[in-house]
Design a protein around this ligand. Sequence first.
Ligand SMILES: [Fe+2]
Length: 318
Amino acid sequence: MTIRVSPILPGFGAEVSGIDIARPLDEATRRRIAAIQDRWGVTVWRDTGLDDAGHVAFSRLFGRVELAPRHTGKPSRMSEPELFDASNLDLEGNIATNESIRLGAKGNRLWHSDSSFMRVRSAQALLLCHEAPPHGGPTWFADTRGAYDDLPQSMKDRLEGLRATHSYFWSRRRAGYPYTEDEIDAKPQAAHPLVHVHAGSGRKALFVGAHTRDIVGMDRADGRALIDELIAWCTRPEYTFAVHYKPGDMTIWDNLCSLHRGGEYDDSLFRRDMRRTTVRDPQAPPAEPDHFTRMFADAGDTPFSPTETTRERVMAAS
Ligand SMILES: [Fe+2]
């Protein structure tokens, strides 16, 4: 068996083939896959043959797999508690008409790092395609290590030691969800360094995206201008590429050295059934397994099941 690694950009992203990841893997192969992921940041695996259980089992190669956020008492379409439903489908498998789900999808089309709004961050995300739109519906990726490397030294010096706040509710506001600044202030958020060392490669990476709200200790307008400048820098064409899917294809991205966003497609017309697992940052201390779900419970509102009041406000704003 020969593992083949075909780079997508010169230093970022690779298609990997020559290995059947739906079967049990020996330790040497597992280590090799983890090393490839650390090196390339995003890997693409075609026609994997993985089912839901196999998807979760393979994900454990990278560490602790998080439980997907669930709203208490609400049924899920997913067969495994670790699977996050990234589709545009409702419980019956029909195209969702719920405005909250539609706005959530709009938010996912902004460049972001999954769960950056959590104190304990997520590292690898494994997105498996079960059903793809006939045209489009890709995921776009951006290289935050290469982008950092190419920053002018004056900007690197400026960013040294800076921290930024991240809020899920801020990115929803960016996407059109009618949260006020005061409402976002009252909800949970997390602070992280703007530049960190990616543990898997030892390289520095920018850590900024749609959830990033303010620079700690900086004037709000200046901070947001800097955040927007850095996102624009990371997502220049030389740092980005798109992955298009067929059923069975999977991408794995490292949230700590990349940004991503959902590509355009007509989500009112075409079904897109994507399921994701998420692996916790291996550098993070142990925490409650359902911390993500609890964050939304603590926030007093959940975008996965809006109250009537919230739904009316969304409708009024859209
Ligand atoms: Fe995402």
